[in-house]
Write a protein that binds this ligand. Structure first.
Ligand SMILES: [Zn+2]
Length: 193
């Protein structure tokens, strides 16, 4: 047992002990919407958007980007589980703004160990064991936060498997205030037609 594993299993026992009526929840999200956001540990989608178990689909990845796999989940969310309103939520101080494809590929080519960031530059601890496999991955980094929300909403909007009737809203979550701030251009592009 690791310490984290112990902590998680203890917390889970407590959760399961008071599980109550959640056993009766239906599979399709009761409130009929989905949100795509970053995996950042500071973001708690349930609390920031007032969700309870069973309410909505939450799709997360690094950056909350509209990757092929995020779109796969959204299409399933609507086509099989009936969501009909979607939100793309990126956030301030996102780690995806702190590197480029070239930086990531270079770090990975040196070693697989965790790199360090001094506030300006990334350094790899070295020691070998790196790989060039990272050269073949689009890391979907972010240069401009509002622009990335616009690009992602537009990409989802234009996808041939996404119905035009689904509104797609674009927001930035502020990690310093807890507020959601709309990206008007993104929401305009994501408007239902
Ligand atoms: Zn992030």
């Amino acid at each position: 047992m690791t310490k984290i594993r112990d902590e998680i299993l203890t917390a889970n026992r407590r959760y399961a002990d008071s599980f109550g009526d959640k056993a009766k929840l239906a599979l399709p999200p009761a409130r009929g919407f989905a949100l795509l956001t970053c995996m950042d540990a500071r973001i708690d989608p349930a609390r920031l958007a007032g969700l309870a178990e069973g309410d909505a689909h939450v799709i997360r990845n690094a950056g909350g980007r509209a990757s092929d796999d995020a779109i796969r989940s959204l299409v399933i969310s609507h086509k099989l589980l009936g969501t009909n309103e979607w939100f793309v939520i990126h956030h301030t101080n996102c780690g995806m703004e702190l590197f480029t494809d070239d930086i990531m590929r270079d770090l990975l080519s040196h070693s697989l160990a965790t790199a360090t960031y001094d506030g300006t530059r990334w350094s790899d601890p070295g020691g070998g064991g790196g790989s060039h496999a990272g050269d073949f991955i689009d890391w979907l980094t972010i240069k401009d936060l509002a622009a990335s929300v616009v690009v992602d909403v537009e990409r989802i909007r234009q996808h041939p498997l996404v119905p035009r009737t689904i509104p797609i809203h674009g927001y930035i979550y502020e990690v310093t205030t807890g507020r959601l701030v709309e990206v008007p251009r993104a929401s305009e592009l994501g408007r239902a037609r």
